[in-house]
Design a protein around this ligand. Structure first.
Ligand SMILES: Cc1cc2nc3c(=O)[nH]c(=O)nc-3n(C[C@H](O)[C@H](O)[C@H](O)COP(=O)(O)OP(=O)(O)OC[C@H]3O[C@@H](n4cnc5c(N)ncnc54)[C@H](O)[C@@H]3O)c2cc1C
Length: 425
């Protein structure tokens, strides 16, 4: 048995050796962007690495806390191929396979490990049971703090320089600029949509000098501007469970849900969902129609309206659709149909809207387009700069409305984390 004093010093020496070893081994990972994907990535990295999040905003996860109307629609149990889009790769098979690998079940298990209970609604949309998106942000904030992740707030990355053994990230803060050395960099800076959350599209410029390109960008999950000649009087009227159908070059998409008429065109969840299909095709001539009564066929409606005309022969033609649709909608339809019953019934089932544009990036929830996945390898590592990774909306992947975008943030962040964990071993 060695003397007590010797054991003490020998232990101290071992600790010292371990510290030196850790210091020697410690590698720095800088994550640009403290939003959904940046936080999930930081939380998945081992404690043995030094992780620094640089975030231009005053708080972490500002957009995450506003998602799902503040309720946090974090994923969708029906994640499927048709839920994801890519400008460059219209089949979008890579995004789909990454989401399959790190799927909604994995996301739910992850958040429950952080103490957040989740539950799905009848449409497969998953929310924290307390219906507060901020619960997601809080869980991530607490978890990364526990792991010793460093955060630099109000620190905007303005330059990314590749060196022979890593990167220098130049960060602009209130007190000036700072250059941070990183062995690895993950760009999680989001897209161009909703600039009030720090995402104005300026982050793409960080990686262009390294050889990356950016596809054409479009606002998606956004309100649509339409010619309002026949809908001016409908401002403020919401059609619950209407169907919007978009046709373009032989392709047809239909989305059921709320359609809200506004002064510029239409909003509501069916509008948001259909915008994901047509946002990049508006100038190519999209035909958009509203079915006000999807549960009735045109034949049934023709019978009903013809009967009604017989029952009330003195009814002004503008009032004929009362009790069938909202009065204002009925009048607008009868006016457009010039009083003709057969045409009015056709309009009930297929009321054409001429799409003239969208409300734009400031109002959109996501960006369609971004850095092409073909410029990254299977780990979402840059093909132009080794040890540079991407996750989230900055990539050319956008999801349908209903939790699919946060699922993508998660799946892509977990993909990058797995690669970094392997490298930092
Ligand atoms: C109002 C709204 C509601 C939404 N609701 C849902 C929903 O319910 N479900 C869903 O799945 N999706 C929803 N989305 C979309 C979803 O929030 C995004 O797709 C997701 O947050 C993208 O994650 P991200 O990490 O890629 O980017 P973000 O979460 O946007 O984070 C990017 C971060 O990077 C920071 N940043 C940017 N540039 C720099 C820089 N140069 N230096 C430092 N920091 C920088 C930004 O400040 C930002 O905090 C919603 C979006 C909005 C706007």
């Amino acid at each position: 048995m060695p003397p007590k004093k010797f054991v003490f010093f020998s232990k101290k020496f071992d600790n010292f050796k371990q510290m030196r070893y850790n210091k020697f081994m410690e590698q720095t990972i800088v994550i640009i962007g403290g939003g959904a994907s940046g936080l999930m990535l930081a939380d998945a990295l081992p404690k043995t690495t030094r992780v620094i999040i640089v975030e231009r905003g005053e708080r972490l996860g500002r957009k995450l806390s506003a998602t799902g109307n503040g309720q946090g629609n974090v994923t969708n149990i029906n994640a499927h191929k048709e839920a994801y889009f890519s400008v460059e790769d219209t089949r979008n098979s890579r995004a789909e396979s990454l989401v399959r690998e790190q799927d909604p079940t994995s996301l739910q298990t992850y958040f429950s490990s952080l103490g957040v209970l989740l539950a799905a609604d009848s449409r497969g949309r998953v929310y924290p049971t307390g219906k507060q998106a901020s619960a997601l942000t809080d869980a991530l904030r607490y978890s990364i703090a526990r792991k010793g992740v460093e955060t630099r707030l109000q620190a905007r990355a303005i330059d990314l320089e590749k060196t022979s053994d890593g990167f220098f990230v130049t960060v602009q803060t209130e007190s000036g600029t700072e250059r941070i050395f990183a062995d690895y960099v993950a760009v999680c800076a989001g897209g161009k949509a909703a600039k009030n959350f720090g995402t104005d599209g300026s982050a793409y410029a960080l990686v262009k000098p390294l050889g990356h390109t950016v596809t054409t960008l479009y606002p998606s999950l956004v309100q649509l501007k339409t010619d309002t000649k026949y809908t001016k009087t409908l401002k403020g009227i919401r059609v619950a469970d209407g169907v919007l159908t978009a046709k373009q070059k032989g392709q047809t998409r239909a989305e059921k849900g709320d359609i809200l008429f506004t002064e510029y065109g239409i909003s509501g969840d069916a509008t948001f969902r259909i915008s994901a299909f047509i946002a990049d095709k508006i100038t190519d001539g999209v035909e958009l129609t509203v079915d006000f009564l999807p549960d009735f066929s045109e034949e049934q409606l023709l019978r009903i309206v013809t009967e009604k005309q017989k029952t009330f022969p003195d009814l002004p033609s503008g009032e004929l659709l009362f009790g069938i649709v909202n009065n204002q909608i009925g009048r607008a339809i009868m006016k457009r149909a010039d009083g003709d019953v057969a045409s009015a019934v056709r309009f009930l089932k297929s009321f054409p809207l001429t799409v003239t544009g969208t409300l734009g990036f400031d109002y959109a929830q996501v960006t369609k387009g971004g850095i092409p996945l073909s410029e990254t390898d299977g780990d979402l590592q840059s093909r132009f700069a080794k040890n540079l990774y991407f996750a989230g909306e900055i990539l050319d992947v956008d999801g349908q409305c209903g939790g699919f975008n946060l699922q993508w943030a998660y799946s892509s962040a977990k993909t990058v984390a797995a690669a970094l964990i392997k490298k930092c071993k």
